[in-house]
Design a protein. Structure first.
Length: 243
């Protein structure tokens, strides 16, 4: 079984399409939030995701901000400007869908938690280090937890003795028998690990293996549409560096 795990699309339709083409065929789709915000295609990304019927579709902080469920004071100036622009692009259907999304999900029978940010603060908190992952493990009740929000692919492994270490192998065996796992597939629409290509992961629960993937898309075309829409130029230029 192939489960496509994506996060932080951020209104970047060409990046999403490149991922879908590269990952097909897959049996299920899990989206860990921030479908919109930053990029030029929020309405089109919402329509495309809706058509794909994700098995799991979480809310991110930008998603909730775009529909007025989160205070914009917590966003920096560029992000705030992009959220306000995004809000104006969304139709009633997309708004209703975003309002209904939750920032976490629990698949009890499969022993899997999914959050946008972290297990303790699913909408906002960042897991960026072994110490923040240790706190995350303390707040999660399943052997496996997927998260997004940082835009950096990562696997944190908690050994039976409680030690937590960061790994990022392209192919990651994840047996739930001798460890617990916190996994981030990276960002589709705005990677921040220095690799500008769209990032995603494929999870095979039967084999207990996760693979990480990167795929190129037409960044220049997305940038020119962002500038034409008068989105902050820094949000466009950062797509080149993947930072
Ligand atoms: Zn994000």
């Amino acid at each position: 079984m192939r489960i496509l795990v994506i996060s932080d699309i951020h209104g970047n339709l060409p990046a999403l399409e490149a991922v879908l083409e590269d990952a097909t065929p897959f049996d299920a789709l899990w989206c860990l939030g921030d479908a919109v915000g930053y990029g030029p295609d929020p309405a089109a990304v919402m329509a495309r995701l809706t058509e794909l019927v994700p098995e799991v579709w979480l809310a991110g902080n930008h998603d909730h901000a775009a529909v007025g469920l989160l205070d914009l004071d917590a966003f920096n100036a560029d992000a705030r400007q992009a959220v306000l622009w995004t809000a104006r692009q969304l139709g009633e259907d997309a708004r209703e869908r975003l309002c209904a999304l939750e920032p976490s999900a629990l698949l009890v029978d499969r022993g899997i938690t999914l959050v946008h940010g972290s297990p303790s603060h699913p909408l906002w908190e960042y897991i960026t280090s072994a110490s923040s992952a240790t706190h995350g493990f303390a707040c999660v009740g399943t052997p496996l937890c997927f998260f997004g929000h940082t835009h950096v692919p990562a696997v944190y492994q908690e050994e039976v003795d409680g030690a937590v270490r960061l790994t990022i192998d392209a192919e990651q065996p994840m047996s739930p028998d001798n460890a617990r796992w916190l996994v981030n597939p990276g960002s589709v629409g705005q990677p921040r690990d220095g690799d500008p290509r769209a990032s995603y992961a494929v999870f095979d629960p039967e084999a207990a293996v996760l693979t990480f993937h990167r795929v190129a898309y037409d960044i220049a075309a997305v940038q020119s549409r962002m500038l034409a829409a008068h989105l902050p130029s820094r949000l466009a230029t950062r797509l080149d560096s993947g930072m």
